[in-house]
Design a protein around this ligand. Structure first.
Ligand SMILES: [Zn+2]
Ligand SMILES: [Zn+2]
Length: 392
């Protein structure tokens, strides 16, 4: 007891200085920053998890550390992120080696094979440990309760070959081969799911190239990005349905999401994953079952039924009054979720915004149900789903 009292007393002057300095006004800046929360419904018994399946850090060509990616995902309201460095393009590696010259004395470390898109690989191979960024992110994730999905981006010439994310990888160092098809097969061999990234990037159309036809025919593609950064690839919504792929909307973030999204008043892209639990197994099961939607810039894209189910689980409606003479009913719609919905009541009507946590009232004709075309939802190339609300 005596020892305890002594230690407590020893702390007093220090604490007093830190907490009660009368010359220091602690401003609002001293408060912790707040995470954005997205309130979304349970749909068909599944929770909706907000996931980014495509991010970069300084260990390829991004501008932040993987640990920062985790913190940023937390602030942006996500539940999970994949860390997916370019295997073949690690622009910052030569700078890191220059920084480390003091450790090697006069013998400067030379960066090798850091751009395999433009150059052939030499005998020395890839020297970086491609597992390291995933490990750094996983370590940080414990602080924030964010799930980290291990991954890597197979990054080749964009017009004829393209880019493919290997997700749920076990060993990123065992993926590379000079032949991109063998690389994808290597990832699959270790149990990875393969996502086809930004399928229209640097191209004049989203059509499959000869290489992609081969990869798809071999059954190597599990999912596809309908949205990547600021691009929404409209024909890909149809392809995902036809080829039974999960749809994704990812940031492919290289700078910070603050400058790319939040400072412009936007939410970051999110792949909405309908799963029982936010674990590697839970998220993977949902991707394999293709229970995802792609959210980007206020649009929600994917399977028609899942889109309608999301809308109906998010919006409550009730009859507020009845015009007994005309038989018309006034119906109040209330949006109980954090996403905006937009609808039209007829082909030529103007689209109406139903904002998050707001209500809107509209008249419904005698003996009719309320049929809405959901104009910020896309279940095909400029095709919108509809929802029928029974009005009694
Ligand atoms: Zn890419
Ligand atoms: Zn990328």
């Amino acid at each position: 007891m005596k020892k305890l009292i002594v230690s407590v007393l020893a702390l007093v002057p220090l604490c007093a200085t830190a907490q009660y300095n009368p010359e220091t006004l602690r401003t609002a800046v001293a408060q912790p920053a707040e995470r954005v929360e997205f309130i979304l419904p349970v749909v068909n018994g599944y929770n909706i998890y907000k996931v980014d399946l495509h991010t970069h850090s300084i260990y390829s060509d991004g501008e932040t550390t993987p640990a920062f990616r985790v913190k940023e995902a937390y602030m942006d309201g996500l539940d999970a992120i994949a860390i997916t460095e370019h295997i073949e393009y690690r622009r910052i590696e030569p700078k890191m080696l220059k920084f480390l010259k003091g450790y090697t004395g006069d013998k400067a470390l030379k960066a090798e094979n850091t751009d395999l898109i433009r150059n052939e690989i030499t005998e020395s191979g890839i020297k970086a440990d491609l597992q390291y960024p995933v490990k750094e992110a996983i370590k940080e994730s414990k602080k924030y309760g964010i799930l980290v999905i291990p991954g890597a981006e197979i990054t080749r010439e964009p017009v004829k070959i393209g880019h493919f994310n290997a997700l749920f990888t076990k060993d990123n160092n065992a993926i590379y081969d000079p032949d991109p098809l063998v690389s994808i097969r290597n990832a699959r061999k270790q149990g990875a799911l393969i996502q086809h990234n930004h399928p229209g990037w640097r191209r004049t159309s989203c059509d499959k190239t000869e290489f992609e036809k081969t990869v798809y025919a071999e059954g190597l593609i599990d999912g596809i990005e309908v949205a990547n950064g600021g691009s929404l690839y409209l024909p890909i919504i149809d392809r995902a349905r036809e080829d039974n792929l999960f749809v994704a909307s990812n940031t492919d973030i290289h700078p910070t999401t603050a400058e790319y999204y939040r400072l412009k008043g936007q939410n970051r892209n999110m792949t909405l994953v309908f799963a029982k639990e936010c674990t590697l197994e839970g998220i993977r099961e949902a991707l394999e079952a293709k229970r995802t939607l792609a959210y980007s810039a206020g649009y929600i894209c994917g399977d028609k039924q899942l889109l309608t189910d999301l809308f109906l689980a998010s919006v409550k409606w009730e009859v507020v009054s009845v015009d007994k003479k005309k038989g018309t009913r006034t119906v109040r719609l209330t949006n109980m979720c954090s996403f905006k919905f937009q609808y039209k009541t007829s082909k030529n009507a103007l689209p109406v915004d139903l904002l998050p946590f707001q209500s809107i009232q509209l008249n419904v004709a005698k003996d009719k149900d309320l049929k809405l075309t959901l104009t910020n939802m896309l279940c095909g190339n400029m095709v919108h789903p509809t929802a029928t609300l029974a009005v009694k």
